[in-house]
Design a binder for this molecule. Structure first.
Ligand code: GDD
Ligand code: MN
Length: 421
């Protein structure tokens, strides 16, 4: 075992990815034994910092975290940096910091790789009652930890730093990155509504979770999204969300490639097919809201028809059909938005007040309803041309399917109804 000063590395847990209900002494973590010998005394908080090629960031993140946590937690916390044998020897730099920052522990993984398994191995070695994760590249503002810790102290089982609630955002991501991140969220909302729909930012890699709600549950994540695994396998009661702005990276670069997006789809499928609780409808489906949404949609049909008559009928303005239909559809969408914002989701809109937020909701509502229109045309054509179903019955089936699409995505993305208090 390589020793630098008195700073031995933490043994790397092996075997099943499963967090114990109580902290484990270090010599019980690894076969054959080796590394730092330390007891299993409990701590309040363990924060995992997963790193890969973060040599330029490691000292800054450790310094900021200790400066922030010392005053509130005294010595009742630990920071565990889990490095996957970075070629820039991030683990070794972290090891040299241990003498200055006694709350820091370092784990160097050489047999396993991957962000989400790094976090779980860190949690397996952790001694905290509260377990957390933060990126090691300073893109997650450390000061948000105060509100996350407060939320857990006040009873939440899970406290997520979210880019999609008030106070949240991303520095200046490219439209492509924003589209891909949102697209991944939509896919998750459709494949695992009861898991992904519980929070507004299921892609977040910055959150705290109570050990007891994820202990003794074998985990098998794929890729980056550790929060997905926690939501899917944990027995999580109350969820809290704190808005944060995802910062611009100063040093190094993101390791996200297309591989992570494919891993994400694989992770969704794995969670969806896994046994146990995920299949059960955890959240009561908001029937009443859905009925209101359907009635508003019906009023939109009348508005659409009336506008189509006024604009395109030869006895009225006599405009061409396509232009009339597009305008009629947009007026109907505006009608539906105003009714939904006031009636269907009125209780929520009052929390998200201000004309900018209302405009943002309207734009999201538009994008979702227009994508629903495309879906409607697609389903209609498949049912009519491929399955030979009568066009009017096919259209009704398409409208029913798209009503669910519009309702569910607007509920989660436009009015952002999640489990979070
Ligand atoms: N141990 C380990 N192993 N750490 C890793 C690995 C790995 O294979 N890959 C990335 N990391 C570390 C990075 O060093 C960094 O500290 C953090 O994980 C995030 O990696 P980035 O490559 O910087 O990801 P990003 O900036 O695109 O962030 C996205 O993913 C993060 C993790 O889920 C965003 O979705 C963030 O919201 C999210 O926190
Ligand atoms: Mn990053």
């Amino acid at each position: 075992m390589k020793i630098i000063g008195t700073s031995l590395l933490l043994p790397v847990p092996t075997g099943v990815l499963c967090i114990a209900a109580q902290p484990v002494a270090s010599e019980d973590l690894q076969k054959p034994k080796g590394g730092l010998i330390r007891g299993a005394q409990k701590l309040k908080f363990s924060l995992i910092v997963p790193t890969y090629k973060e040599a330029a960031n490691v000292e800054a993140i450790v310094q900021q975290l200790t400066r922030l946590l010392n005053p509130v937690l005294d010595n009742d916390y630990e920071i565990i940096l889990v490095d996957d044998d970075s070629p820039d020897r991030t683990w070794e730099i972290a090891q040299s910091l241990m003498a200055t920052y006694p709350m820091l522990q370092v784990m160097r993984r050489q047999q396993e790789r991957g962000l989400s398994t790094a976090v779980i191995r860190g949690w397996q070695a952790a001694r905290g009652e509260i377990l957390g994760v933060i990126d090691g590249d300073l893109q997650h503002p450390p000061e948000v930890l105060y509100q996350l810790l407060k939320a857990i102290e006040e009873g939440a089982d899970l406290a997520v730093a979210s880019r999609h609630v008030d106070g949240g955002g991303v520095s200046d991501w490219s439209p492509t990155r924003r589209f891909l991140s949102r697209g991944a969220q939509v896919l998750g909302l459709l494949m695992l509504p009861n898991v992904v729909g519980r929070v507004s930012d299921p892609m977040s890699g910055y959150f705290l979770v109570r050990r007891s709600v994820i202990a003794e549950r074998p985990m098998s994540p794929i890729g980056y999204k550790i929060l997905l695994e926690v939501l899917g396998r944990g027995t999580i009661g109350e969820v809290a969300e704190v808005g944060y702005v995802f910062q611009e990276r100063q040093e190094g670069e993101s390791k996200v490639t297309w591989r992570q997006y494919l891993d994400y789809v694989g992770h969704l499928v794995r969670l969806q097919t896994s046994q146990g609780r995920i299949g059960r409808l955890r959240q009561r489906f908001p029937i009443e809201r859905f009925v209101r949404f359907g009635l508003v949609g019906l009023s939109g049909v009348f508005v659409d028809m009336a506008m189509l008559y006024l604009l395109s009928d030869p006895t009225m303005l006599g405009w061409n059909l396509t232009r009339s239909k597009i305008l009629a559809a947009e007026v109907a969408i505006l009608n539906n938005f105003l009714w939904n914002d006031r009636w269907t989701f009125g209780d929520l809109s009052s929390y998200q007040h201000g004309w900018q937020k209302r405009l943002k909701r309207f734009l999201k509502f538009n994008v979702i309803c227009l994508s629903g229109l495309v879906l409607n045309v697609l389903i209609l054509n498949v049912l009519f041309n491929v399955f030979g179903i009568n066009r009017y019955i096919a259209n009704l089936m398409a409208i029913a399917a798209v009503t669910f699409w519009n309702f569910w995505l607007n509920l989660k993305l436009s009015w952002r109804v999640t489990d979070a208090k």
